[in-house]
Every structure is written in C-alpha cells, then in structure tokens.
Design a protein around this ligand. Structure first.
Ligand SMILES: Cc1cc2cn([C@H]3C[C@H](O)[C@@H](CO)O3)c(=O)nc2[nH]1
Length: 223
C-alpha cells in the first residue's frame, strides 16, 4: 500500500498512565498496513535540552501550563501527520489531553482558572478550525492500584513520585469520558480492553481488537 492516505482509518489508544498503551501498539507492529504513532514523550523530555515532563512533575503549579501547551502542539502534529497506510494508530490524543490531563489539573488547582481558560480556548479553536478524524477509540481499562504498581516497576524517573490519588483521579476522568459519557463528547465508538490482565493473558484481548481494527481497515481500503 503506497502513496499518502489523507484519511486513514484512525484509532486512538487511550488509557491511564501505565495501562499498557505502548505494549498494545507494539503488538500491531507486525502489520504493514498500520502506521503507529507513539506518544512523543521523548519530545516532552527534551525540548531544546529542557525536560518539561520532569519540570512539570517537580513543580506542577509553575510548569503544568507550558507542559500541557507543548503537549497540545505535539499531539496536533500527530493528528495531522499524513500516513501512507490505510490505518493509523495513535497513542493518546488532543481529546485525552483536554478531557483527562488538563481537566484534572484545573480541578485540583494546579492550573489557575485563567491558564485553564487559555488551554481550553486553544482546544476549542483547534477542534473548530482543524479537521481531526477519529474512527475508533481503544480504551485500555485498568484498575488504579494495578497501574500504580506497574508505574513503580517501570521506574520512569519522572513518575516515581506520582501518588495513587493522581492515578485514581485520572482513572475517573477516563471513565467519565469514555464509559459513562457524563462529561465530554466522545469523538468515536469505544472498544474496551481489560488491560489489568498481565502480558501472558492480554494477547487474547489484543486479538479481539485486532479483528475490529483490521476489518474496518479493509472497509476503508475497499471504499
Ligand atoms: C495528551 C497527554 C498525554 C499526557 C501525558 N502526561 C504524562 C503522564 C505520564 O507520566 C507521561 C507519559 O504519558 O506524561 C501528562 O501529564 N499530560 C498528558 N497529556
């Protein structure tokens, strides 16, 4: 499949910190018809030598705004990137940026209401002016305790002081957005995966989503 595909079948992979998004994406490396766009954490950890992720975790009140502002730019870049394949899998999105992370930081006072207003205006402007296509959301549903343990085991240095309460609040925002639909518009149908399962068992779960994604990809290609 060659040539640029301006409207690939686009899948967002969403879930809490440590829910296994990177592992899920790696499972799809085996398919040549799928482009994988992983979360640009390395860009957030090195912007002209500055580790914005670390600055944000160390002094959230001072750095949450510039960090989330840069995250928004890097996520927009990913949404807009043309792919040569019929299917595109993205790790997280402008939507989880706004409805999970920015929302949480506003509710817990990390973001000043005026800072939140600026980020929200940017989100609304982008959402209104720039077409962002989403065809499916894969939600890696986890239990806060399970992912908190994983975060400690994964030992990403910046995350070692992340408290369980933060994980629980992010979990609730993901549930309100993707399951309860009480809080914000959901841009596409949601396929839920039980991501508490450990690596040995989760491949079966991935196969379930594989069928959904590839079948729809065929539909897209056949159109
Ligand atoms: C869209 C989006 C992703 C994202 C990740 N993060 C943090 C959570 C993890 O510690 C790390 C990698 O996902 O970045 C954040 O604070 N705000 C975010 N917004």
């Amino acid at each position: 499949m060659s040539g640029s595909n301006s409207k690939p079948f686009t899948v967002l992979v969403e879930g809490n910190i440590g829910s296994g998004k990177t592992t899920f994406l790696e499972h799809f490396q085996q398919f040549e018809d799928i482009t994988l766009l992983t979360e640009p954490v390395e860009e957030w950890r090195n912007l002209r030598g500055w580790n914005l992720l670390d600055l944000m975790y160390k002094d959230p009140v001072k750095w949450a705004m510039p960090f989330q502002s840069y995250v928004t730019m890097t996520m927009l870049d990913m949404h807009r990137r043309p792919t040569a394949t019929p299917v595109k899998l993205m790790e997280r999105s402008l939507f989880s940026a706004r409805y999970c992370f920015v929302e949480h930081m506003m509710r817990n006072g990390t973001l000043h209401p005026a800072q939140f207003a600026v980020l929200d205006e940017w989100f609304r402007f982008i959402h209104r002016e720039i077409p962002i296509d989403v065809d499916l959301i894969v939600y890696l549903k986890t239990t806060p305790l399970v992912v908190h343990e994983r975060i400690k085991k994964r030992a990403r240095s910046e995350e070692q002081c992340v408290p369980l309460s933060y994980i629980e609040e992010l979990h609730k925002l993901h549930e309100d957005w993707l399951v309860n639909r009480t809080f914000a518009e959901c841009p596409a149908p949601v396929l839920m995966i039980d991501a508490d399962l450990d690596l040995s068992q989760i491949t079966e779960e991935y196969k379930k989503s594989e069928h959904q994604i590839l079948r729809r990809a065929v539909d897209v290609v056949m159109q």
